[in-house]
Structures are given as C-alpha cells and as structure tokens.
Write a protein that binds this ligand. Sequence first.
Ligand code: F0G
Length: 447
Amino acid sequence: MGRPLSRLRCIDCGRDYPLDEIRYECDACSALLEVAHDFDRLQEARDGPAWRRLFDTRLGETSGTARSGVWRYHELVLPDLPSGHVVTKPEGNTNLYPSERLQEISRTRDVRIKHEGENPTLSFKDRGMSAGVSWARHLGVQQVACASTGDTSAAMAAYAAQVEGMRGVVVLPKDKVSMEQLSQPIASGCLTVSLPTDFDACIRLLRDVCRRHSIYLLNSVNPVRIEGQKSIAYETVQQLNWEPPDWMVVPVGNAGNISAIGKGLADLKTLGIIDRLPRLLGAQPEAAAPLARAHQEGYREHVRVKAGDTVATAIRIGDPVSYDKAVRAVRASNGAFISSSEQEIMDAKALVDRTGLYICPNSATAVAGFLKAREQGMIASGERVVIVATAHGCKFSQATIDYHGARLPGIAPRFANRVVEIAADAGAIERLLVPGVPGFSLRKDGE
Ligand code: F0G
C-alpha cells in the first residue's frame, strides 16, 4: 500500500492522526476530528471537468460498488478503503423532485426536494452508515454501537447485519422513537436497548462507554460517517448537471448532516468541479433549536437547550454533537439557521405530502424553514433551492394520521384529509360518491 490519502485532523488545533486509529476527538484539545484528504494528490489526479466525466460515466453502472450513490464518489469519500471492503446495499441514487407546489406557494423560481427517504432503510443515514460500517469492517471491528432518535439505529443495524461476525448495539430514548423506527433494529437482529431518558443523555452515556472500551461508536461524531454523508451534496449537484443551487435547506438535529453537506460542497469547489458554493439553511423545530438561537445571537456563545416535545422527534436534540462543525459550515456559506413551530411544520408536511411525495415531520421542518426564509426575504424569488427530505413519511405514520385526524395537541390542521367512516353497504358508498343519489353528501374535508 502507498502513502495513505487521508488522515484524521482536529478541527480546532489541526493536530492529525492516522485514519486507522479509533478516536473521535483530539487528544490535545478535545475538539471534533474530521477526515482530511490529500487534495494536492486528488487535484494532480484529475482536473474538475475530468472528475465530472468520471462520475458521469459511472451513472451507467449496473453492478459493482460504483452503482451506489456513495461509492460512485469513492475517491472523495474514503480513497484508502479497498473496494472489496465496501459494505453497500447499494444506497443513494435518490430522486430530486421539482416541486411546482412549493414554487407556486412561495413564488420562487426553482424549488426541488431531494428525497433521502428513498434510501434502503428509508432515511439519509444509509449513506454515512455505508461508509462507517465499511470502515469498521476494514479495521476488523467486531462490535459497533450508536445512540439514536431512530434512524441512525435503523441504518446501523441493517448494515452491520451484512457483515459476518459484526455485532450491533443501539441505544434509544424510551418512547421517543416511532414504532416503525423501533421495529428496524429489532428486525435486523441488533441488540436494542431502551433508556428512560432523552437522546442527549443516551449519546453522552454511550460516548463515555465507547471511550473506555473497544466498542466502535457509529454516531456522526465518528468522522468517517460524515465522509459517506457528504455524497448527498455530490449527488444533488450531479443531478443538476453540476450547476450548484443557490441554497440547500437541511433539517438539523445532531448537526452531522449539514456539516457533511457543507464539507462535500467545499470538496467539489476545491477540486474545480463547481465554481461557487450554495448557501446552507439549517432548520430546527422551536422546541429544540439551539443552533437557530445561536444564529440569532450572532454565535456569541455555544448554546445548549433542554429539548422539548416536538412532532419532529428525530431532531429532538438540545446539545448537538457536531455543533462546531455545523456552525463553521453554515457561516462559511453565508447561510443561516431558522426555527419553525409545530403548526408550521405539520402544515408544511401536508402541503408536500399532497403532491404525492411522502415526507416525515423532520423533513417538513426544512420545508417550513424554507417557507419562512422566503417570506423574510432571506431567500430571493429568482433563486434555486434544494430542500433535503431526510426520511420517508412511512417511518412516522402516527404523526400523519394524528394530524389529519386533528388529534395533535395545539395544532389546527390547515390541510386535513380526514378518514370517512360510513356503514358497510353499497348505498352508503353511493351516497358518498355519486351525485344525484338521494342523500348524496359532498365530502367537506380535504375532498
Ligand atoms: N432528519 C432525520 C429523519 C433524522 O433522523 C435526523 C437525525 C436528522 C434529520 C438530523 O440530522 O442529526 O445529522 O443533524 N437523526 C439522528 C438519529 C440523530 O439518531 O437517527 P443530523
């Protein structure tokens, strides 16, 4: 093997470490680590147009790792990982849907939704987890673990299940993940642990245990996860024919994803694949909005909050692990963080769902954030916007059913589509559907 192309590097003091050392923070200053590639060598290998051509050629792959929407960009994700060690389903290759409805309602030229809920375990986490579990396999790790609000755990369990001899442990906050999410690690044969506390406490406890024992932590504090996650940015820009949008809007919880998207976009610019950076808008629910508050306060201090209840349960996080990375990425892009109310989030979800895309409340937080930023004039009418939908609506069906049935406390649904209960006879169905039949009644809700 030649000289490695990547090292771990502290985001504060710059101290670096070999990538194959298992560590999650800097020994010298305790700050977060990132994977740093040798960009001189990547630039020597190809210029921007040649990188674009290489990735475009791979779009036609029907077998092998390059047909994955992560490993198509293998050289920019984990160049030192042999392709024989890749653990893939494959993931990625999610659709980028134009949203005429959002364009109309917000009077914006071009709005698209990158639907990451179309990944194999129905969330964007599959991208980072493919990288994380591949690297764990490469290192010969036997036990992997994560704390989760429900999607990281589903992904980790499903990828670990693909590796002979790899055991997975997920730690979940009791009664704070959806039934569908809870079912996923159980189904994949993972040790599923439930703690009577919130996510912030789960990750604090698990980080401490992993630091002291040889259990490989696969939360996004693990910088290798971020490398796979970056591919959302690569793939989105490639789907736009390498013409970056003006904004990317991302729901933010633990803040790994927005950090990854910022890092991915920066990679593309450094390699001459794009020539300007989109601005990043991070969206949070008001009940758990430490970064939106920090933005408002000019990032004077590190904000931590006690997360309150929200329909966006996957981003119910008051003390994001990747806070510092996210703040840097958003500020470098001249972007912002914004927060929305429960009502705004669920109405935004219903708006998008009605167009036939089914998104989750966390993704809807990004849609609500976009609508608000547009209203405030932060986003201009002529700009091109990509909203990242992070999980599929089917993972959070109770929230959808409760919204449309007007059963969410404090929310008066603007776009309710109530279930109609009628007698089990043909006459009742006719009275509902066929104009002219005696007793015909037009449905009032949501026609
Ligand atoms: N959307 C969904 C559906 C999520 O599951 C998460 C995070 C986010 C957005 C926020 O991404 O944490 O990178 O800022 N879920 C984590 C989990 C915390 O455990 O599944 P982030």
